[in-house]
Design a protein around this ligand. Structure first.
Ligand code: FES
Length: 136
């Protein structure tokens, strides 16, 4: 699933200005983000943390398919928070329903870093997809 939420305005987002890195915790995986080499996002905003994570094989729960409607992609941007876009009203509304809310909380599908510094992103244990069913 993916696409756009027809009930909320889409923000005017700019691609990151340059290459940067995201370190995903707690797995301590660092990925180099080269915005010009990112493909089409399978879901979430282009260049979002969710887009980067999925392109690098890091699975983050995304029950609504990245349209800012569920808050299951809740993450903590523990470093580089100021390099991210301003949250939209829709993101803030969705975050109000997220468990464990912190001042560094963002929705991975809506959070687009500007590329001016590296980030550290903590994925809460309830979002790590550790309990998937095995294929039958
Ligand atoms: Fe639903 Fe991000 S995936 S709000």
């Amino acid at each position: 699933m993916g696409g756009k939420n027809p009930y909320i305005d889409q923000p005017d987002l700019q691609p990151p200005s340059g290459n940067y890195k995201i370190n995903f915790q707690p797995m301590d995986v660092t990925v180099e983000v080269k915005p010009s080499e990112l493909g089409k996002p399978p879901c979430g905003y282009p260049y979002s943390i969710l887009h980067v994570a999925l392109e690098n094989g890091i699975d983050i729960d995304r029950a609504c398919g990245g349209i800012c409607a569920c808050a299951t992609c809740h993450v903590f941007v523990t470093q580089g928070f100021k390099a991210a876009n301003e949250p939209t009203e829709a993101e803030e509304d969705a975050l109000e329903n997220a468990p464990g809310l912190r001042s560094t909380s963002r929705l991975a599908c809506c959070c687009v870093p500007d590329g001016t510094c590296d980030l550290v992103v903590e994925i809460p244990n309830w979002n790590r997809n550790l309990a998937r069913e095995n294929p039958h």
